[in-house]
Design a protein around this ligand. Structure first.
Ligand SMILES: Cc1cc2nc3c(=O)[nH]c(=O)nc-3n(C[C@H](O)[C@H](O)[C@H](O)COP(=O)(O)OP(=O)(O)OC[C@H]3O[C@@H](n4cnc5c(N)ncnc54)[C@H](O)[C@@H]3O)c2cc1C
Length: 409
């Protein structure tokens, strides 16, 4: 293939993973076409998740500690990597109030084991120490914040979540401004086929069937539909997987009320989270209510169709009620809501055959992610978590266009 064509890269899917990969590849001199089925970049999982930068606290059920170790690498890289492309002062201001980990009475992992895991998180973290430090709340503070009938212990940490819609807005603007990236929206990718010594992208756009290419390199960052396009392109999924569709509830309340709401993750099992940002934005999720679908096959998923079929007001009411029973300040925040709660989310791809309520489920181990398949210029990237996307984007870009080679050009 001619040299020029080798640096023509098709990135499939303009979520956090695809956008970061496109920016990292463009930085290395590649010309990138970024394919996206929606009318804009970053409108799916990367825009409607909770955005927690995991340090590994929640992965206490992975005794190998490999998931926590990977999350720590991802979290350490997240803000420095995004600040290559986004104004650093703006993204630093998008972090939530730090999380408390509240141990539910039905926890899958007992409190002493959770405490030991948290101590290891602090020991292994190489970044700002206060992020990973944890401190157990005394009984009076626990009772002031949570219902002690449901919460048996709680640990204050420094872990935070990003305001995902704001990150999406900033990153979308960076992609639009990057001269080496062409964003092609309205294209549903179906497969990648060999053509002219490279690869062509096959799919549908508003005018009907589409074939585009050849590209020297293709990077599949389609997340929920990654395995569908892999399978149609000759890469069968190597292990059983789950595509779980999950929603959360967001609304705004006066910042003073949000400040009284402790950002909380209830552990360990199918529970939920409360996240409060300093500007009054609140995110709530309760697993038994917010899990709205599960698929194990390689047919394409359409998140907008899944979202349209659910009873969003009922999910908002049930989520608020479930969390208010554990943390009464949730009811106060919901009563002070300044807008109608929005219910949105996305699909979560993970290896595994059973759901999170199974202590032995592979869902508790998220370290087998990143570049999961590569052959002849076709690369398939499992993002794993929001936390990991910028780190994985740099790793994938280094694999495709190593810095040494770029410097020699
Ligand atoms: C409710 C929820 C909460 C979460 N909370 C956290 C958290 O706190 N911390 C964390 O680290 N992770 C979290 N996650 C996981 C995290 O959101 C994802 O790992 C991450 O956003 C995936 O990024 P992505 O770019 O791979 O996927 P996406 O953002 O979904 O991007 C994929 C893109 O591909 C496009 N696309 C799909 N199919 C096609 C097709 N056939 N053709 C063309 N385009 C297509 C989509 O429209 C989309 O824009 C959460 C996920 C959910 C759903």
């Amino acid at each position: 293939m001619p040299m020029a064509q080798q640096t023509e890269v098709a990135v499939l899917g303009a979520g956090l993973m695809g956008c970061c990969a496109a920016l990292a590849l463009a930085e290395r001199g590649c010309r990138v076409t970024l394919f996206e089925r929606r009318t804009e970049a970053l409108t799916e999982a990367s825009c409607h998740g909770e955005g927690k930068l995991h340090l590994g606290f929640v992965y206490a059920a992975d005794a190998s500690f490999r998931t926590a170790a990977l999350m720590q690498r991802g979290a350490a890289s997240f803000l420095p990597t995004l600040s290559r492309w986004l104004p650093a002062d703006k993204i630093a201001g998008l972090a939530s109030e730090p999380f408390v980990y509240a141990v539910h009475r039905d926890t899958q992992v007992p409190v002493p084991a959770i405490a030991a895991h948290f101590a290891r998180i602090a020991e292994t973290w190489r970044g700002e120490p206060r992020w990973a430090a944890s401190e157990r709340l005394d009984e009076a503070e626990l009772a002031a914040r949570y219902d002690p009938a449901h919460v048996v212990a709680a640990f204050r940490t420094g872990e935070v979540a990003m305001d995902t819609p704001q990150v999406a807005r900033l990153l979308g603007a960076a992609v639009a401004a990057a001269p080496r990236i062409t964003l092609r929206t309205g294209v549903t990718v179906e497969a990648v086929r060999p053509r002219g010594g490279g690869h062509e992208v096959v799919g549908q756009d508003a005018d009907g069937p589409l074939r585009d290419g050849p590209y020297g390199t293709v990077v599949n960052c389609l997340w929920a539909n990654r395995t569908a396009v892999d399978a149609a392109s000759g890469f069968a999924p190597p292990a059983p997987f789950l595509n779980r569709s999950k929603v959360g509830v967001t609304f705004r309340c006066p910042p003073a009320i949000a400040a009284a709401l402790p950002s909380t993750t209830f552990v360990l099992g199918p529970f939920g989270d409360i996240v409060a940002w300093p500007d009054g934005r609140i995110y709530l999720s309760w697993y038994p209510v917010g899990m709205v679908g599960m698929r194990r096959d390689t047919r394409q998923l359409d998140w907008q169709a899944i979202r349209a079929a659910i009873d969003r007001p009922a999910i908002a009411r049930a989520t608020i009620a479930a969390l208010a029973a554990l943390c009464p300040a949730v009811a106060t925040a919901a009563e002070a809501a300044l807008d109608v709660p929005d219910v949105d989310g996305g699909t979560i791809f993970a290896l595994g055959a059973t759901d999170i309520d199974d202590r032995g489920s592979r869902l508790h181990q998220r370290h087998e992610v990143g570049l999961v398949a590569s052959r002849g210029g076709y690369h398939s990237v499992d993002t794993g978590k929001y936390t990991l996307a910028p780190l994985l984007a740099l790793e994938v870009a280094e694999r495709i266009a190593p810095r040494r080679a770029a410097a020699a050009e």
